[in-house]
Design a protein around this ligand. Structure first.
Ligand code: C2E
Ligand code: MG
Ligand code: MG
Ligand code: MG
Length: 286
């Protein structure tokens, strides 16, 4: 059976591979054009102060509205951009768009000087010294306080921990921007030197809070993670909060900030003013 079948399969698959390759290079062309022109958009998801319900900042999340394929999510095209060497251009676009947006919110008096915008950066950005210069330039152009810009890096990117990464982290930190470890708890072996990394906060991956409200052992685990993070001199933000029970548990456990569909999905920038107005009127500001 097998040999003939194997050959047949080759015949079936080969045009498929060609097609994929062609699609891929077409998609890359389109992405190049989008970075220079139109089609990329940033949505913003609130990060909420659990104690007051107020929005303390937002995370910028990229989407690609492709002219014929419709909306493409970052998990689908960021890896492509990384492979094709387009990530620095993309990263610069995200950086200047998000910080420019923050500038407009500040100018419109919608947010105060504690409000921050979080920007996801790729491991490749961290490896490029140009990126530090880009951040410096964007801060200078916009006049935004560096502390209002927080860069999110995945644990995997930081944990590679080579000298260049350390140097870059130090350089970014030297500019005064915040650094946060994203998806914390999904990697491994980082705990021992969490303490040594030049970061300010960790954003705990949503898998760590999934069982809150259903699994009776989960609160103890969350409490332990919180304690660990604080023992390292850091603070935690909890992502992926989808239910009122999860939010309530986190607040009772002493967690300070969280993010998730329960509070708001990522929304286009035009919707942020309404969300800000809503939460500041709900919360008791004494
Ligand atoms: P991330 O930085 O960990 O972002 C959180 C992801 O979880 C976002 O998906 C967000 O929409 C989603 N999310 C937020 N709240 C909830 C919730 O309550 N439940 C569930 N199930 N999901 C929630 P998104 O926007 O598809 O982004 C996926 C990933 O793509 C991001 O993960 C980040 O690693 C990457 N990414 C997004 N924007 C950028 C960017 O501008 N640059 C780079 N380099 N990477 C980006
Ligand atoms: Mg993130
Ligand atoms: Mg995350
Ligand atoms: Mg992620």
């Amino acid at each position: 059976a097998s040999k003939a079948e194997g050959l047949n399969r080759l015949h079936v698959f080969e045009p498929g591979l060609l097609l994929i390759r062609r699609l891929r290079s077409q998609l890359l062309e389109d992405l190049r054009a989008a970075i220079k022109g139109e089609g990329l958009v940033l949505h913003y998801q609130p990060v909420v102060e659990l104690g007051t319900g107020q929005i303390e900042g937002v995370e910028a999340l990229i989407r690609w509205d492709h002219p014929t394929r419709g909306r493409i999510m970052p998990d689908e095209f960021i890896p492509l951009a990384e492979d094709a060497g387009l990530i620095s251009e993309l990263g610069l676009w995200v950086l200047s768009t998000a910080v420019g947006q923050l500038r407009r919110w500040i100018d419109a008096d919608l947010v105060d000087s504690r409000f921050s915008v979080r920007i996801n950066i790729s491991a490749t950005d961290l490896q490029s010294l140009q990126f530090i210069e880009d951040v410096r330039a964007v801060l200078k152009q916009t006049g935004v306080r560096p502390a209002q810009v927080v860069l999110e890096l995945t644990e995997a990117a930081i944990v590679r921990g080579n000298d260049l990464d350390r140097y870059s982290l130090g350089g970014l930190r030297g500019l005064g921007v915040g650094i946060e470890i994203d998806d914390f708890g999904t990697g491994y072996s980082s705990i021992s030197y969490l303490r040594l990394l030049p970061v300010d906060r960790v954003k705990v991956d949503r898998s760590l809070i999934e069982g809150l409200g259903t699994d009776p052992s989960q609160p103890a685990l969350v409490a332990a993670v919180l304690q660990l993070v604080r023992a390292c001199g850091l603070e935690a933000v909890w992502e992926g909060v989808e239910t009122a029970e999860q939010a309530e548990h986190l607040r009772n456990l002493g967690c300070l900030s969280a993010q998730g569909y329960f509070f708001s999905k990522p929304v286009p920038p035009e919707q942020i003013p309404a969300l800000l107005a809503q939460t500041s009127s709900q919360s008791n500001r004494g």
